[in-house]
Design a protein around this ligand. Sequence first.
Ligand code: AMP
Length: 286
Amino acid sequence: MKFLSTPAEARVWCQDQRKRNRTIGYVPTMGALHDGHLALVKRAARDNDVVCVSIFVNPLQFNSSEDLEKYPRDMEQDLALLRQAGVSMVYTGTLQNFFPDIPDPSQIKVTNPCRAIAGLEAELRPGHLEGVQAIVERLFQTVGPCRGYFGEKDFQQTLLIREIAARQGDIEIIVCPTVREQSGLAMSSRNQRLSTSARSTATRLYQALNAANDAWSNGQRDPRALQSLLMDALQDPAITIDYATVRDPDNWTPGLPETLDNKAQALVAVTIDGVRLIDNLRLAQD
Ligand code: AMP
């Protein structure tokens, strides 16, 4: 497995793979890898000749410097896991060498924000999705034509990624299901920071999503009723709710949609014990 410490070297490596007619499966990450990331790697390995993974904790997408500092990092273990998974190339970089053309990349502003930057994460974490857009555009430019693998766990982010890829034109996006712990808790690098009791409280997220899914299966289609049900299911003194709501996954709206037809996405974001967690579930008729 090759480990490259700059995007410039990664670009050359990817160009060389394409010259050899090899298809590239690309998995962008922020490291502190878990089975959710590894599921993306596995799928990329199944679909492509070579797999490339990036590990970069992107400062642009953190709207709190404390959150950025506390974000877990373990490069050595990540590389061991990726080597074991048969990855061909891993690359990393610094903000400066991702944006060599910009004097102070920490102040970067996206000039063409995607439509998915509206509501929920955009409201609760101002600047977060713009930071994701800025880095993902660079990551895709670095790797070039490829298949990109992303987790449904970050649902609003997947909408943003699809828009970026559509603009770029030569990247195919594959969204993979959320990998969960046995308790139902969605795997996340941030889970490392949960105390035992917070980890147990955090199982309420998936329970709330399932309660909404049960109501949906019983015919509930009223967005307000589904939202109330999610909010009620999350009532707990240890949980601070950012949002608990539903959206039409095919027609993203900043606010609650007036009506829902045959599909809905239930989405929740909370803070437990100082750790922000998000999760979501597709409500759909089989
Ligand atoms: P991150 O390192 O958190 O930026 O995540 C890198 C990629 O892994 C993103 O596409 C995430 O959506 C995806 N991911 C994170 N957690 C999970 C999970 N539990 N299941 C599936 N994909 C995940």
